[in-house]
Design a binder for this molecule. Structure first.
Ligand code: GCB
Length: 600
């Protein structure tokens, strides 16, 4: 093992993070769903985790004593101060804040419990897969610890093969959504800190030797060739795997190396490219012996050329909108396919061909549905505002979240841009941190653009970008709030000029204004729908003057909850910059952007 790799693993272990990738395309694998009702116990003092000397039960010699034991009294006099059997239940997937009124603002630990039945087969491996758990999850199966994971938006899994028994089994999680300065994100964010198991839970049932990972992408050097790799868990040097795309008459044999991984390239002369107008996906089978995984994969190229963005060689304007992973109607994280469809349908209605999935990885199902609907995607990690730039563990954590996101969505043609963060300050440690993330992305994936939502400088009415990070990324992508956070009068916005030294496409990752839904004002004052409408009209005129403007994702599709927005009249803990209200009603500005996109 190279010294650098060893060092990276040690840093990850210090940070208490897992080092392995999750199974590619888990939803296509044989599995038992552990979605549904889970019992829960609220544990603000972490009574089920530490003894009264504040030593963790799971670090003690016996490992016994924690709530994960799921003990029941053997006789009426036995003292046990918790009880999952009679505890209340909540839905998984689902954050706890939106399901339990007393947890709306809660930040702390909650225990979650589910029992399930299984008849384990000796020739199988079983993995407990979690789509996302916010933020720190300690996972136990039948009373034994299987691991810990940090990071609220990326998938993880643990091998539980040796712990399962024939018949009844149970899984317990201690989930803690407390914010910390050195974590990713850090303590300060403009979104709700939803805790809990927010995405699907599966018990994957896999052959001992199985297709663990695969990559299929259009070769950026040759757009008539598909390249990639296959990784087989338990695969031996010289073993063969297969990649088949029947519609393209492709059936490629891939020879594995000693780590069970093999790379390949194969001609695809007749390939039809994926695009928003024609979101073509091919049925793909990746197999190793009897183990076959089915997927739907598209092929496309995305590059910049000077100030232009080219999709499949043709200039494209990114007609986008920013979206949080939140359904305003349930006041919680998106839980179902219906929730996801509602959000993306609204984006389509607005005339979008692009969505910015801010500010953290969204559900894999969100990305897949966007792809099916012809929406290109900007995907991001929560390197947001001011995190601990000089802390090595924080960097390892951010890098791990980015890696997990990229590995999960590597085959999604719709993902055009990896964003390494949002509105971060221009200084040396941050440049090293985020520059390191950019290099890391480029090492993992050469088929997409890399960006970040930067900030501009305004001198004498001219906005320009002096952020050295802009030299490393593919776009001049930035947030600006002229007319909202700045004091510019709306009818003077077109006086603002832009000047960029970089010969790169310009992308506005955010602009916007808050509007209290249903507040109409003849004077068009701040917080009225008319103010937001005027801001959009004038911003769009202003932005049209930019040489090299290649797209935008205004802030934001729907009002969203935020603890930073307490104004009693206009906000009540909602960020009101949505074009759609918290009850699903379109505000006036919706039509302005819709019309602009119609003409693009
Ligand atoms: C921003 C942030 C976004 C906030 C938004 C706002 O620049 O990137 O997360 O929600 O401004 O509403 O202030």
């Amino acid at each position: 093992m190279k010294l650098k790799t060893l060092f990276a693993i040690v840093v990850l272990m210090m940070a208490g993070l897992s080092t392995w990738a999750t199974t590619q395309n888990p939803f296509a694998r044989q599995s038992i769903s552990l979605n549904g009702q889970w019992s829960y116990i609220i544990d603000p003092y972490e009574n089920g985790f530490y003894n009264y000397r504040r030593q963790a039960f799971d670090q003690s010699d016996s490992g016994a004593g924690g709530y994960y034991d799921n003990k029941v009294p053997a006789h009426p006099n036995e003292l046990i101060e918790y009880d999952f059997e009679h505890a209340a239940v909540m839905d998984v997937p689902g954050d706890w804040n939106s399901q339990v009124p007393e947890l709306e603002f809660y930040e702390g630990s909650v225990w979650l419990f589910k029992s399930f039945e299984v008849s384990p087969q000796t020739d199988k491996v079983y993995k407990l897969y979690f789509g996302a758990v916010n933020y720190e999850a300690h996972v136990y199966c039948n009373g034994k610890k299987v691991g810990m994971h940090k990071g609220g938006f990326t998938p993880f899994e643990f091998d539980v093969t040796d712990l399962l028994v024939d018949g009844d089994n149970f899984v317990v999680l201690k989930v803690d959504n407390t914010r910390h300065q050195d974590e990713v994100p850090t303590v300060n964010t403009d979104w709700w800190n939803y805790g809990g198991i927010t995405r699907d839970v599966l018990l994957l049932d896999l052959p001992k030797q199985h297709v663990a990972d695969y990559v299929l992408q259009l070769n950026p050097q040759n757009n008539r060739e598909i390249k990639g790799s296959v990784t087989v868990a338990g695969g031996q040097a010289g073993d063969k795997a297969q990649v088949a795309i029947p519609e393209l008459r492709i059936n490629k044999e891939v020879t594995l190396d000693k780590d069970g991984k093999g790379s390949y390239a194969v001609a695809a002369k007749k390939v039809k490219y994926w695009s928003p107008e024609s979101p073509k996906l091919y049925e793909v089978q990746v197999s190793y012996g009897q183990d076959v995984v089915q997927d739907q994969i598209g092929f496309r190229s995305i590059v910049t050329a000077g100030k232009d963005i080219l999709l499949n060689g043709k200039s494209i304007f990114l007609k986008g909108i920013s979206i949080h992973d939140e359904n305003p109607l349930i006041e919680g994280r998106l839980r179902s396919e219906g929730d996801i469809r509602m959000m993306l349908q609204w984006a389509k209605e607005l005339g979008c061909n692009f969505v910015r999935l801010a500010h953290y990885p969204h559900n894999e199902k969100m990305v897949r549905m966007a792809e099916q609907m012809g929406l290109m995607v900007w995907a991001e990690v929560p390197v947001y505002w001011t995190i601990s730039w000089e802390n090595k563990e924080t960097f390892a954590n951010a890098k791990k979240q980015l890696t997990d996101l990229i590995e999960r969505d590597i085959n999604r043609a719709a993902v055009m841009i990896w964003s390494v963060g949002n509105e971060t300050p221009v200084n040396a440690p941050r440049l090293q941190f985020m520059g390191g993330l950019v290099d890391h992305v480029r090492g993992l994936d050469d088929t997409r653009l890399v960006a970040a939502a930067l900030e501009l400088e305004t001198v004498d009415g001219v906005m320009s970008c002096h952020d050295p990070l802009a030299e490393k990324i593919d776009l001049i992508s930035f947030n600006e709030y002229a007319g909202w956070y700045s004091s510019h009068a709306l009818d003077k916005l077109t006086d603002i000029k832009f000047s960029f030294d970089q010969d790169k496409p310009v992308f506005i990752s955010e602009f916007g204004a808050g509007a209290q839904p249903g507040y109409y004002s003849a004077d068009r004052v701040r917080w009225s729908e008319e103010y937001q409408e005027d801001l959009y009209i004038n911003q769009l005129k202003m932005l049209e003057q930019i040489d090299g403007l290649r797209g935008m994702t205004p802030w934001i599709l729907v009002d969203f909850k935020s603890p930073r927005r307490p104004h009693a009249v206009y906000q009540n803990f909602w960020n009101r910059k949505g074009l759609i209200s918290d009850t699903g009603k379109k505000k006036k500005a919706f039509a302005v952007l819709q019309q602009y996109y119609e003409g693009k």
